[in-house]
Design a protein around this ligand. Structure first.
Ligand SMILES: NC(=O)c1ccc[n+]([C@@H]2O[C@H](COP(=O)([O-])OP(=O)(O)OC[C@H]3O[C@@H](n4cnc5c(N)ncnc54)[C@H](O)[C@@H]3O)[C@@H](O)[C@H]2O)c1
Ligand SMILES: O=C(O)C[C@@H](O)C(=O)O
Ligand SMILES: [K+]
Ligand SMILES: [Mn+2]
Length: 357
């Protein structure tokens, strides 16, 4: 029996609905498969925790998480209680940075049974590799003066090491896929960091002569995601460009409620973190409307990362199956509740075991 320890942080809003939903499915999958175990420890870190303790997580929070095999997180943010930049930086970004999760991997693909907003989705299947540790998300800058004279300065930070790491990750991923990497740039308008980004891309691509490449300005690339996503294989982008492209990728699939993400620690020093692309969705919180498939697909990426490939494949089959059967939430045009989707996934998993014996 392979056992893994998982730190589970449901967080805020629908995180508190989709994380327990995913755990029910994971526990069913564990039972059905019978050869692996996930030992869960829950952490209540969230905006509610902030109101009580004045911090999103305890001071020693990272050291509490460090020994786990992975972190499984829902969503962070309750803007009615805590400003978004405080909640995001106090928990999600704190873990991404503290655990050197330099890469954020976010797939997007067409599903049979889901209506994409595109007239011709052409079986698109792409991966965005988002630089996850620096870029436009910097703590360098400040504000001065007040009133009409007030100014705000935010510096971007691009290090050769982090840019290279993201690009290498993208090229290695492309080697196992369709063999193409698109670089999201903006070196016409952003005169220091983006020409630097292009130079590093040109340097890295020399080491992967069999991989096709294209550098495309982010504005044109955003349009290309909508007009010809099927041309994309692996796309590498800075923290902000990757953030924006992956909401587009999510929308192309049919809803942000389905999109998964993996924050990968590539140096093996700390655990990686798995959390869907979507946020806490305060507008639908507590109504049973939250789509659990993003959190479930995220769980599938976690299983793959842990090396439980069979369980990961079974879970992906289950997700595809319920989508094909039309058992989906409102955001995907269906009328199933969170609970009904979870039940359908669990039924598929238990029927799997009946088929086996
Ligand atoms: N990684 C994260 O934890 C993360 C990501 C994005 C936003 N946030 C935070 O979440 C809060 C809300 O942000 P937002 O509204 O910009 O983004 P959001 O992703 O929470 O919601 C955007 C829209 O998508 C819908 N949606 C999102 N997930 C869904 C799901 N699983 N099922 C059905 N519909 C879903 C919402 O109802 C909303 O209409 C803010 O506090 C923000 O900072 C956190
Ligand atoms: O900006 C962020 O990274 C938070 C959220 O929007 C995400 O995509 O994870
Ligand atoms: K999330
Ligand atoms: Mn985002």
């Amino acid at each position: 029996m392979n056992t893994y320890t998982i730190a589970s942080i449901a967080g805020d809003g629908i995180g508190k609905e989709v994380v327990p939903a995913a755990w029910r499915v994971l526990k069913t999958l564990e039972r059905v498969q019978g050869d692996f175990e996930l030992r869960v420890t829950d952490f209540p870190w969230s905006c509610d925790y902030y109101l009580e303790h004045g911090r999103m997580m305890p001071e020693d929070g990272l050291s509490q998480l460090e020994a786990f095999d992975a972190v499984f997180l829902g969503a962070v943010g309750n803007p009615s209680l805590v400003p978004d930049h405080i909640s995001l930086w106090g928990l999600l970004i704190n873990i991404r940075r503290g655990f050197e999760q330099q890469i954020n991997v976010r797939p997007s693909r067409q599903f049979e049974g889901l209506t994409s907003p595109l007239a011709n989705p052409n079986q698109f299947n792409l991966m965005v590799v988002r630089e996850n540790s620096e870029g436009e998300y910097s703590e360098v800058g400040g504000r001065m003066y007040s009133g009409e004279d007030e100014i705000a300065i935010q510096n971007n930070v691009f290090s050769k090491k982090a840019v290279k790491a993201a690009m290498d990750y993208a090229f290695q991923m492309a080697e196992a896929r369709k063999g193409h990497v698109t670089s999201a740039t903006k070196s016409n308008g952003i005169v220091f960091s983006m020409p630097f980004w292009d130079e590093v891309f040109n340097e890295v691509k020399e080491r992967y002569p069999e991989i096709g490449t294209k550098a495309e300005h982010i504005d044109a690339l955003a349009a290309a995601f909508v007009t010809k996503p099927e041309k994309m294989d692996v796309v590498v982008g800075s923290n902000l460009f990757g953030d924006i492209l992956t909401d587009i990728g999510a929308a192309l699939m049919g809803s942000i409620g389905i999109a998964p993400a993996a924050n990968i620690n590539i140096n093996g020093k700390y655990p990686s973190m798995f959390e869907p692309v979507h946020g806490s969705a305060p507008d639908i919180e507590g109504q049973g409307l939250a789509n659990p498939l993003g959190q479930l697909w995220t769980a599938q990426m976690m299983l793959e990362h842990l090396g439980e490939n069979k369980a990961a494949q079974t879970l992906m089959n289950a997700i595809e199956h319920v989508i094909k059967d039309g058992i989906v939430t409102k955001d995907l045009g269906g009328n199933a509740s969170t609970e009904e989707v979870v039940k359908a996934v669990e039924e598929y998993l238990t029927s799997e075991i009946e088929n086996r014996y």
